[in-house]
Design a protein around this ligand. Structure first.
Ligand code: HEC
Length: 451
């Protein structure tokens, strides 16, 4: 497919202008002004910081500084204001004004919380009455983030350990490790977690299920376990469907490591014995389900993923299913040059398309799986087209580009680019599709009469 260059440049120009706004340190953000004029830390701000920031900004967390006490917050008040007002922190990038907004495990602050923090700083960052201060409930940074809701995982499959040097080129580690489950089971949730200091050197870790063949080789069962990239917390599979954990399988790890480390937790030293763990929560034996769900990589293959010095690029990909599906989650993937990504669904009978999700301020540091709330997950009729688009920027205005005078090509090193998305799909049939649709309509009606 041939794309008109002028159209591309126009679209990209608009996006770049948007980023310039978002990246500006003193961006003027117009949030609702009906917040009180006597805001205090202990009463108004601490609850927001405790619930949304301390998981990382605490001793042993991955944030560069602690935000535990009033003094911490006061010291960083201006930077907190800037990060929060520009929606850079908490690090969950997903446009708030387009597409499906009802997401699970969504870290974004709402407008009122943002307005409260901004106004508190502007009013002088008062402490308030220490008696109002809520008790901090610091979670275990080494723990599974899904444990508070789901308990400890039923299975933990660690990779074999590997040392990562202080400097050098990207590394890949591909051990194959037995899962230790003798029968087929259905997975409820998954989380991949680098153990301890490994957090600083693991760029991403894919895992697929494999079986040992008679001659001792390994072959894929066709079932992918999950995918991890920096910052991601976990994956939840909706109730009533099955993501299969096949019997007697192995996890084949594909771990991309980064010597010298990434992010603030990297001590820039040799890190020994790095291990990545896969935690698996299972449904009970005999769990009943009608449809299977899987997570797969969808290539975005149209358009050249090659950028000349100071150049830009755009890619797109089209995917259809010959049966109805429900889209359960969406996670675009690219590297340092990727600026934005979107998912649209097109109805081929009339050519109309709708944006489902848009991330116009994408960051390679934070790969989130955007999990749609169950009654918001798109139901897609057979034959409708998923349109995936990604935009790339190799110019000096992209803060992640170290040297805009370099050519950039597709490839799996951090310095190369990639173009695909991970999408979790429940494979329905016509009957299941109609049932889910009717269920939603009934819920919607109930909501309207309740109001
Ligand atoms: C998932 C982990 C995580 C969460 C949650 C999080 N942060 Fe951060 N924060 C980081 C990391 C890592 C960095 C440094 C790297 C970066 O900027 O991406 C950072 C950087 C910052 C900075 C910039 C520090 C500097 O050098 O100027 C500020 C300010 C900040 N965070 C405030 C917050 C606030 C306020 C919240 C909650 C509303 C929050 N963060 C939530 C991980 C997190």
């Amino acid at each position: 497919m041939e794309l008109k260059k002028s159209a591309l440049v126009g679209a990209l120009g608009a996006l770049v202008a948007l980023f310039a706004f978002q990246g500006a340190a003193e961006a003027q953000v117009a949030f609702s002004s009906d917040v009180a004029d006597d805001l205090t830390y202990t009463r108004d701000v601490a609850p927001i910081i405790q619930q949304n920031c301390q998981v990382c900004h605490r001793p042993g967390g991955i944030g560069p500084m602690d935000l535990v006490t009033y003094d911490d917050a006061r010291r960083y008040a201006r930077r907190i204001r800037e990060q929060v007002a520009n929606r850079l922190m908490p690090p969950y990038y997903y446009d708030h004004d387009i597409g499906i907004q009802d997401l699970q495990e969504d870290w974004r602050l709402d407008d009122e919380q943002i307005a409260t923090i901004v106004a508190w700083v502007d009013q002088g960052a008062a402490q308030g009455d220490p008696a109002d201060m809520p008790t901090a409930d610091l979670v275990d940074v080494e723990g599974w983030s899904l444990a508070p809701t789901l308990g400890e995982p039923d299975l933990v499959v660690p990779s074999s350990p590997i040392d990562v040097p202080a400097s050098g080129n990207d590394m890949w580690h591909r051990p194959i490790v037995p899962v230790g489950m003798p029968q087929d089971r259905c997975i409820k949730a998954l989380q991949v977690k680098p153990r301890g200091d490994a957090k600083a050197v693991v760029h991403h870790a894919n895992s697929t299920f494999q079986r040992e063949t008679d001659d001792g080789a390994f072959e894929s069962t066709g079932d992918r376990a999950t995918e991890y990239a920096m910052g991601k917390l976990g994956e939840l599979i909706p109730d009533g469907v099955c993501r299969v954990l096949p019997a007697d399988t192995y996890v084949a790890w594909d771990i991309h490591l980064y010597p010298g480390g990434l992010g603030a937790a990297a001590p820039n030293a040799v890190l020994e014995d790095n291990v990545v763990e896969l935690g698996i929560w299972l449904h009970p034996e005999g769990y009943e389900y009608e449809y299977k769900q899987d997570l797969a990589l969808y290539g975005i293959r149209q358009g050249e993923l090659i950028m000349e010095p100071n150049g830009t690029a755009m890619t797109q990909g089209f995917h259809t299913f010959d049966h109805p599906v429900r889209i359960d989650s969406f996670q675009p993937h690219g590297h340092l040059r990727m600026r934005s990504a979107s998912l649209e669904i097109m109805d081929p009978s009339n050519g109309r398309s709708e944006i489902i999700s848009m991330i116009s301020n994408w960051s390679a540091t934070w790969h989130q799986s955007h999990i749609y709330a169950e009654d918001a997950a798109p139901l897609v009729p057979a034959g409708h087209v998923l349109i995936l688009k990604q935009w790339y920027d190799n110019t000096g205005s992209n803060p992640n580009v170290v040297d805009p005078d370099m050519w950039v090509d597709g490839g799996s090193r951090t310095a190369d680019e990639m173009s695909h998305a991970w999408i979790a799909v429940t494979h329905l049939d016509e009957e299941g599709y109609e049932e889910l649709l009717a269920e939603r309509e009934a819920n919607e009606e109930r909501r309207i009469t309740d109001d």
